[in-house]
Write a protein that binds this ligand. Structure first.
Ligand code: GTR
Length: 336
C-alpha cells in the first residue's frame, strides 16, 4: 500500500513537474522582453544603427513582445566590460570587435593577425562564407565564451594616427606610444612596426591622447572621426595593418531561456543586420573621410613598396602566433 502510494505520488509529481515546466517555458516565451544592447559608438554609427534597426524588426515581427533597448557611447563601459555583462546575462546584445574576443576564444585571433586579409572585400568574402559561419559556431560552442555569435559587422581597415608628426614611412613610427586594443597580438604588432604598443580600453583613449599618456592610436576612419580623436591626433596615415571584423554577440544565459522560434528569429535578423550594416558602413566611411579632411587632417597614403615594408616588419608576429592558425590561414588566403 505504502509503496503504491509512493509510486503514484511519484508519477503525479513527475507529471505535474513536466506540466509546470511546460507552462513555465511557454509563459516565458510569451512574456514581453526588453533586450539590452550596448556599443562603444554613438547613436547613428553604422553598428549602432544596424542593431537599432534589428530591434525595430524584432518588435514588429513579435508584435511588441521582443524589443531592444540600446545603450550607445560606452554607457555600459568598454568592450571588455560589455563581454562580461553579456556573459552573466546583464546585457543581451553586445557589438564588439573581434580584438577583445580573441583572448576569450583563441581561434578567433586568426582575424586579429596583421595583414591576414588582402583588403576589405577579401575580409567580407571570408566572413560571409563558410569560414565566417564556422567561426561564429566556434564562438557559440566554446564553453568558456558564454555567448552566442549572431552576426559579423564591417569595420574597414585600421590605420595609425598620432599627435606628434606625419608618418610618411615605417621609420617614422619609431618610439611613438601607440594605443592598441587589449590583446597581446596587437601590442606585438605595433612593437614589430617600430612603435611602442600600449594596451588600453577604447573608453580611456581620448583622455590618454589629450594628456599625452599616449601619442596616438590606430583605427578606421569612422572611429577616428566620431570618437573625435582627430581633434587630438592630427596625423592620419593609411597603414591598414589590421582589418578586423566586428561581431554581434548575444548572452548565452538569455538565449537558453528563449523558444527555438525566437532563437531562429534572432539569427535571421542578425544575418540581415550584417548586410545592412555593410551599406551603412560604406556611406559612413566616406562621410568620415570628408569630415576629417575638411577639418584639416593630413591623410597620408603609401605606395605598394612602402606598404610592403609594413607587411615585412610584422613577420615576428606571424612567427610567434601564426603557426596555430596555419591551416585556417591557408583557407582564408584561398578565398577569392
Ligand atoms: C573600433 C571598433 C570598436 C573597438 C574600437 C577600439 O573601430 O568599432 O569595437 O574595437 O575600435 O579600438 O577599441
Amino acid at each position: 500500500m505504502k509503496r503504491r502510494e509512493v509510486i503514484r505520488l511519484g508519477t503525479t509529481g513527475l507529471a505535474l513537474g513536466a506540466l509546470g515546466f511546460g507552462f513555465g517555458r511557454s509563459a516565458l516565451a510569451q512574456q514581453k522582453m526588453v533586450l539590452k544592447a550596448a556599443d562603444v559608438h554613438p547613436l547613428g554609427y553604422p553598428t549602432v544603427e544596424a542593431v537599432v534597426r534589428l530591434g525595430k524588426k524584432l518588435e514588429a515581427q513579435t508584435e511588441g513582445r521582443l524589443s531592444v533597448q540600446m545603450f550607445p557611447s560606452m554607457q555600459l563601459g568598454g568592450e571588455k566590460e560589455m563581454i562580461e555583462q553579456a556573459q552573466v546575462g546583464a546585457l543581451q546584445f553586445a557589438r564588439i570587435s573581434v580584438g577583445p574576443m580573441g583572448p576569450v576564444v583563441d581561434e578567433l585571433n586568426v582575424f586579429n593577425m596583421p595583414f591576414v586579409f588582402r583588403d576589405v572585400p577579401h575580409m567580407q568574402k571570408v566572413i560571409d562564407g563558410a569560414i565566417g559561419d564556422e567561426m561564429l559556431a566556434k564562438l557559440t560552442n566554446s564553453p568558456q565564451s558564454k555567448v552566442v555569435g549572431l552576426a559579423w559587422m564591417d569595420a574597414g581597415a585600421r590605420s595609425v594616427y598620432n599627435s606628434k608628426k606625419p608618418i610618411k614611412s615605417i621609420d617614422d613610427l619609431k618610439g611613438l606610444k601607440i594605443r592598441m586594443m587589449g590583446n597581446p597580438i596587437f601590442v606585438d604588432t605595433m612593437n614589430a612596426l617600430g612603435g611602442n604598443g600600449i594596451a588600453m580600453g577604447f573608453d580611456q583613449l581620448y583622455s590618454a591622447m589629450q594628456t599625452g599618456v599616449v601619442d596616438g592610436a590606430e583605427n578606421n576612419p569612422p572611429s577616428y572621426e566620431s570618437g573625435k580623436h582627430f581633434q587630438v591626433a592630427k596625423y592620419y596615415s593609411l597603414t591598414e595593418h589590421l582589418i578586423i571584423p566586428e561581431i554581434l554577440i548575444f548572452s548565452r544565459v538569455t538565449w537558453d531561456k528563449l523558444s527555438a522560434a525566437d532563437q531562429a528569429l534572432l539569427k535571421k535578423v542578425g544575418k540581415e543586420a550584417q548586410l545592412e550594416e555593410r551599406k551603412l558602413w560604406a556611406d559612413k566611411e566616406k562621410e568620415s573621410m570628408d569630415l576629417i579632411k575638411k577639418a584639416g587632417i593630413e591623410v597620408l597614403t603609401f605606395t605598394p613598396d612602402q606598404k610592403k615594408r609594413f607587411q615585412d616588419a610584422v613577420k615576428p608576429v606571424w612567427d610567434k602566433y601564426g603557426g596555430k592558425y596555419a591551416d585556417l590561414v591557408k583557407r582564408i588566403q584561398a578565398v577569392n
